[in-house]
Each structure stands twice: as C-alpha cells, then as structure tokens.
Design a binder for this molecule. Structure first.
Ligand code: PRT
Ligand code: ZN
Length: 292
C-alpha cells in the first residue's frame, strides 16, 4: 500500500477547481462538511489523504514533505522562491501580476516610476523584474503590503501598485489603470518527491498529464467513401492528426470505410470542413476523458 498526501487551498479562488481537477482523475473526493480540514480516500494503489490549507502555506508543507503534492498559484510559489517545486501547469486560475497607477496619473511606463514607490504583496517577483529590466540600476522603492493593495495610491501610501489582475474590474473600481504586466500565473502542481520513490505520486502526475492532454484534443469518427480513403488519410497525417482506426467493415454501406482520429482542438474546424468537402458522412465529435 502506498500513501499520497495532497494539499489544496481551503477556501478561495483555487479551492473549487482544485477539487474538480482531482475528481477528473477518477478520485472520489465528495465531502459534505465544508469545515472539514482533511479527508481520506482508499484507492486500489493505496491511501490518499487530502488536506486543506491557506495557499501561502502549501509550498512550505510540500517542500518539507508533510504533503507529497500541492496545488497552488504559480505567483505564490515564485514569490516564495520555491520555483523548483513546480511539476505541472494546470490550465486554471489564470491571472497576471501588473503595475498600475491612478487613471489620471502621468506615469505611463516603468521608467516613469524611478524615484517613486510601488506597493505590493509580491516584493520578490517585483524586485526580480525591476533588477532584470534595469540591470540593478534603479531607485524604485518597494512598499510591502499584505492585502488591499489596490487602495494604496488613493490613500497616499504609494505612487503605484503591483497586484494580481484577472478581469481588471478591481483596478477600474479603484480608478487605477494597468501600465505594465510583469508576470503571468496559473495554478500549478508542486511536489518535492524524487521521481522513483513514490509510486502513487507518479501515477497521480501521469493521470494529471493524461487529463490535460485529453482536454487539448477531440476524438472524431466518420464514414468516408472507400475511393476517397487514401486521400483523406494522407490529408489527416499531413495535418498531424492521429488516425487510430480504419475499419473497412462498414455494415450499413460496404462502399464506405469508418475512420477514427484524434484531432487537436484548434484544428477541428479545418479538419471537419475538409472531410465535408470529401463527402464524409456521419461525422461525430467526442470529448476525450484521458489521453495517455
Ligand atoms: O485564504 P488564502 O490565503 O488561501 O487565499 P488568498 O486570499 O491569499 O488567495 P485567493 O483565494 O484570492 O487567490 C488564490 C490564487 O488564485 C492566487 O494566488 C492566484 O494564483 C489565483 N488568482 C486568479 C487570483 C486572481 N485570479 C485574482 N483576481 N488571486 C487573486 N485575485 C485578486 C487580485 O489580487 C485582486 O484583488 O482579485 C482581484 C482582482 O480581480 P479582478 O478580476 O477584478 O481583476
Ligand atoms: Zn493567501
């Protein structure tokens, strides 16, 4: 029996989607009591323990091995300078870290902030950005705040802010305008285990990769006239589609062949149009659950 300990955000922006991600792997994580801080799940390979923490604590717990795996925003991991824990990008929780100033301010770019003060909860990421951009040669002052950063310019604490933005509504509500994006973020899977010493963790990560890959593709099934088959197969290979089945035994009409193919999402329209042009029939498109 193997053991896997997973740390997720207890409440907040990543909570729901982290749970959905775990469920999509086929792990039954139904819990009714929202106040519960840990749950145990028995799986054919072993025991999975899920516990819920504040996002800021997740990288430390993972680094110390208290949790094997964690799901947290890349912004938190990089700010805590634990970048090496990142194993996989999870395609949710997208946001950006941006510099913003009062909408009527004359500051239009980062250089305009020389000699000025920027308030932020992300001093390390901001410092790294400024030092890289200006080769350590700038006199911008960083004022660290733990929350409500967006009010700093209005109360005279700072000339600009560096904060997370997703829709931009919070900036607009506080009469701020974005002048420079300095970092992009999304939810990441972090882990500090060595590759060969935790079988259940390896299985978990390979399942996550399979779900991600599945989301990027669709499964298409169609019937095509036998005489057009070679042309269609050549076209599909040329477009880097993965033809999984070519079945000559078509019970409805022997002059047709059934083809099954895996197609990247961004190619679907092009492929379908070409198939239609070649009189393909009974075109069906399926989502894929996991793709190994
Ligand atoms: O309680 P705990 O410490 O666990 O949570 P938290 O309050 O520190 O974090 P939480 O739940 O707000 O965010 C968790 C993670 O979600 C962040 O670390 C990011 O990786 C990600 N994320 C995605 C965001 C946003 N989008 C986001 N918009 N985190 C915060 N925001 C805030 C932003 O700081 C600003 O106040 O939302 C506001 C802006 O949103 P818009 O849509 O108005 O632009
Ligand atoms: Zn937090």
């Amino acid at each position: 029996m193997y053991e896997l300990k997973i740390a997720l955000q207890k409440a907040g922006r990543l909570h729901e989607e982290s749970i959905n991600m775990i469920k999509s792997l086929g792990i039954d994580i139904n819990f009714t009591n929202k106040l519960k801080t840990e749950i145990f799940i028995e799986n054919i390979y072993g025991k999975i323990q899920v516990f819920f923490l504040r996002d800021d604590d997740i990288p430390k717990y993972v680094q110390e091995g208290i949790a094997t795996i964690g799901i947290v925003g890349k912004n938190v991991v990089v700010e805590q300078q634990k970048d090496s824990l990142i194993k996989e990008y999870l395609d949710f929780g997208f946001c950006r870290l941006s510099l913003a100033v009062h909408k009527e301010s004359l500051f239009n770019n980062v250089k305009d902030l020389f000699g000025k003060c920027i308030a932020t909860s992300y001093p390390n990421i901001l410092k790294r950005y400024l030092n890289n951009k200006f080769s350590n040669n700038h006199d911008i002052n960083i004022h660290e705040m733990n929350g409500s950063v967006e009010i700093a310019p209005n109360i005279g604490v700072a000339d600009a802010i560096c904060d997370l933005v997703s829709s931009g509504e919070t900036l607009a509500l506080n009469d701020l305008k974005e002048i420079q994006q300095i970092f992009t973020s999304q939810a990441v899977l972090i882990s500090s285990f060595k590759n060969d010493n935790n079988i259940l963790a390896n299985i978990f990560i390979s399942q996550i990769k399979a779900v991600k890959k599945a989301k990027e593709n669709k499964y298409i099934l169609f019937n095509v006239l036998n005489k057009k088959l070679d042309k269609i197969i050549f076209f599909l290979h040329n477009e880097k589609c993965i033809v999984t089945t070519v079945s000559q035994v078509n019970l409805i009409d022997p002059s047709y062949t059934t083809v099954k193919v895996i197609v990247k999402n961004n190619m679907i329209w092009r492929i379908i149009e070409e198939l239609k042009k070649n009189n393909a029939k009974n075109l069906l498109i399926f989502p894929i659950q996991k793709f190994f």
